[in-house]
Design a protein around this ligand. Sequence first.
Ligand code: PLP
Length: 420
Amino acid sequence: MTQLDPKLDLNWQSDALDPAFGFFEQTLAVRGGYHRTDEGEHNEAIFATSSYVYKSAADAADHFNGNKKGNVYSRHTNPTVRAFERRLALLENGERCVATASGMGAILTMCLAYLKAGDHLLCAKQLFGSSVALFDTYFKAFGVEVSYVDCFDNDAWAKAMRPNTAVCYLESPSNPLAQIADISAIAKIAHEGGALLIVDNCFATPAIQKPLDLGADVVIHSATKYIDGQGRVLGGALVGSDTLMEKAFGVVRTGGISLSPFNAWVLLKSLETLSLRMKAHSENANRVAEFLNNHPKVTKVHFSGLPSHASHEVAKAQHTALKNVGGGAITGAFGAIIGFEVANQEQAWHIIDSTKMISITNNLGDAKTTITHPATTTHFRMTPEQRVEAGVSDGLIRLSVGLEEVDDIIKDLARGLDGL
Ligand SMILES: *Cc1c(COP(=O)(O)O)cnc(C)c1O
């Protein structure tokens, strides 16, 4: 018989690998958060079970009346999901993590847990499209006020606060223009107004940026992107204090937005290599950005790693976490999403169609480099005026720099660029 974590406790952090014992973050990424069962498995087990058995009728009653903490049903808790949550909480420096079925599941959970009718949700303009659709289409209908400001404009955040602002929400770096929000400054503004600051940390990941350390209250993830990093599964998560996570947990277990044990297992294993991958992604992206920046046909490069980027200093100050990897910092980790512009759509399509290796897809955050023309795909539904407002020109290309040999990535981009 396998013995499950005998003290399955929702506040649990790996006692054997608690940061207080002095382990480095990369060690926690590889070993934290899992309790080996009595079977002695070396690799983490997948608990593919929807429900659990009790020792007796009284034991069952104790699980329901709260005298005992333990698994009841996998919509509520599952050991594999719990291990992923613990490991991600350790990496984000959060007290607790609640996993969800997808990134959008995490954002829906945030709305249901922290907003009610009459509240105001203040958001960055630079958001993932489905987040905007969720807020504008569904939450406005529930009587939540929603408004938007430029993520990098601290004064705009302060001016847009209302007495009923309950949540400030942003992504940094943003997609596809790599705009940077000053998380510490906006956290202060939010807290002065009695609101929570919630940060979607999808593009930086805890390997590069830890929003909770910068003053944010909750971190949101689409684990589908860099946390998986290999394009296999959907998943999401929220990380924060016990009190805030208890609210999120209530929504997930009641609403059924739960992560599947199999996906949790894939993501648990992915966390082991996250920092190493992000380091390699970032180094490749730094090289690709430099190449694009020096190319005569490229009119503009949007990448916060370039000293010419308007938010380079803020990005440098808050993208510090990779110093914990491999015994030394790399010179600047800014993530691996790059926007770059050429003269027009014809040139952009020529560059995309000239690639022989890079994948033409709208996905990102993958070991494989991907290339997208936002104006005709991800941002196609916007009016031309909205696209101008969002900075999405017809000549804009978005690149998610992968883990191939960087010279092959550059060569593939040069095929189209050099022929212009
Ligand atoms: C993809 C994405 C999401 C949504 O995540 P899913 O896992 O696709 O539901 C949310 N935020 C950002 C920044 C994303 O890129």
